[in-house]
Design a binder for this molecule. Structure first.
Ligand SMILES: Cc1cc2nc3c(=O)[nH]c(=O)nc-3n(C[C@H](O)[C@H](O)[C@H](O)COP(=O)(O)OP(=O)(O)OC[C@H]3O[C@@H](n4cnc5c(N)ncnc54)[C@H](O)[C@@H]3O)c2cc1C
Length: 428
């Protein structure tokens, strides 16, 4: 059992000073990082014990099935104190700081596939942050507490069949009916969607301006009118189920809106920062793992009477990849430290997510090459990582969307033409 809380979480997005600023100071003079202690080592050991005993022995079977038992695995992680690391003990959290989450994200890379870590992170750090930061006490008791005890599986519903990048253009609509909301629409690409107990759903709740007409609503997925239409057949992340879900006159209490009605777009943009940083931290550990496995293989594999690793072309390339991953690790730690101090991490988390996607593609592709034919089999981690990590440049905001955010924060993103200017341009 991992040791219980020592001190209160310092994460408080509500205190975020830079939250509403359009551009941010990108020339900081003080650069800080995350440090670890023996308590973090304890957490790492606990996590790895579960991975070795309760997860890795079954990964091949779950990958083949295209599904893993999320409730069962979540319960084991939660019972060991690994869920709700930074969350309030009032709701089954442990009140630790974000550095412990960093250690957790890193150890999840020891799972022999990307799908299960993705599913866990969708639950802990992609579906719950808005509820944690803006939800009422009542809503937290009803949905956060059982999520942190491992009884509920959560998912997050932003993307729709009509598009995922342009979040403001989503179409699902929730109409008020007395004390209830009635929801119609659909969500696409929902990780955990086939197993989740509830969705943190971004939905239009009025016809106002697109950035102020949305709310994040907790939608129990056993509600009448919810249909999990299909489990999508993906090329990677096979163990994690990804679903398309329809909502046909689904009735939920109005009080299931997280925080204020109309603030959902803003809350989701903030929630995305947690998502982007945790995937980058996890990806770095997976890249180090793949590089190490490549080194081990190239040490013992003989070609032309010498180990592969002795070829300068190969050991120089591996050294270069290792160097690039170290750079991203430093950036992640800098962002994690800022997160821990309640600062706005949009700039660093967007860069981290962009680089994690691109670097994963480069590192894993290069490493796969040095395995020769073995790299192209289902038997080794590198082949699975090659397929799984491709999603990093797509899910949670594509590379192009990250570049848009970074350009915007640099003040170089051209403004959209106003409707009146467009009409004039079309006339001329
Ligand atoms: C494995 C996986 C799991 C996922 N899990 C979830 C989940 O749990 N919840 C959820 O809500 N969503 C989830 N998604 C959806 C994901 O967030 C979207 O796929 C992503 O945001 C892109 O949306 P799209 O697929 O509709 O592509 P589109 O928005 O149609 O974009 C297509 C391409 O066009 C590019 N593009 C779009 N606009 C521009 C522009 N202005 N300039 C340049 N290029 C542009 C995009 O970058 C992309 O490359 C998941 C996706 C995958 C693959």
């Amino acid at each position: 059992m991992f040791k219980k809380p020592l001190f209160k979480s310092t994460i408080n997005l509500l205190l975020n000073k830079n939250c509403n600023s359009k551009t941010i100071n990108i020339n900081k003079s003080i650069i800080r990082t995350v440090t670890f202690s023996t308590e973090h080592d304890e957490l790492r050991k606990t996590c790895n014990r579960i991975i070795e005993k309760d997860i890795n022995p079954f990964v091949n079977e779950w990958e083949a099935k295209g599904m893993y038992p999320a409730h069962e695995v979540f319960k084991k992680l939660a019972n060991a104190g690994l869920f709700g690391i930074t969350r309030d003990p009032e709701y089954n959290g442990h009140g630790l700081d974000y550095s412990y989450s960093v250690a957790f994200f890193e150890e999840l890379a020891n799972i022999n596939c990307g799908g299960i870590a993705t599913s866990i992170l969708v639950h802990t750090d992609m579906s719950l942050p808005a509820l944690v930061n803006f939800g009422s006490d009542e809503l937290k008791r009803e949905f956060l507490a059982p999520s942190l005890s491992g009884d509920y599986v959560a998912c997050v519903g932003v993307s729709e069949p009509s598009g995922g990048s342009d979040v403001a253009a989503l179409r699902s609509y929730a109409r008020r009916d007395g004390d209830d909301l009635i929801i119609n629409g659909s969500k696409m690409w929902i990780t955990n969607g086939a197993q989740a107990d509830f969705m943190c759903m971004l939905v239009n709740t009025s016809h106002g301006p697109v950035h102020r007409n949305k709310s994040l609503v907790i939608v129990p997925l056993k509600s009448p009118g919810v249909t999990v239409a299909r489990k999508i057949d993906k090329i990677g992340l096979r163990s994690s189920d990804t679903a398309e879900i329809f909502f046909d006159n689904v009735r939920v209490p109005y009080r299931y809106i997280i925080g204020e009605e109309g603030q959902g777009f803003m809350y989701q943009m903030m929630q995305f920062q947690d998502e982007r940083l945790c995937v980058s931290i996890n990806a770095v550990s997976m890249m180090f793992r793949v590089i190490q496995e490549t080194i081990d293989y190239c040490r013992q594999r003989m070609t032309f009477d010498q180990p592969l690793i002795n070829n300068q072309y190969i050991h120089f390339r591996l050294a270069e990849l290792q160097s690039d991953v170290e750079c991203l690790k430093s950036l992640n730690y800098r962002a994690a430290d800022e997160m821990m101090n309640g600062e706005n991490v949009t700039y660093l988390a967007s860069i981290a997510k962009l680089k994690a996607g691109r670097l994963s593609r480069e590192v894993i592709d290069s490493c796969l090459q040095y395995f020769g034919g073995m790299g192209f089999t289902e038997d080794l981690l590198v082949g699975r990582a090659y397929r799984d990590n491709r999603a990093l440049s797509i899910a949670g905001g594509t590379d192009e969307i990250m570049l848009g955010i970074i350009s915007n924060l640099m003040g170089i993103l051209p403004k959209k033409p106003r409707k009146a200017d467009e009409k004039l341009a079309n006339k001329s």
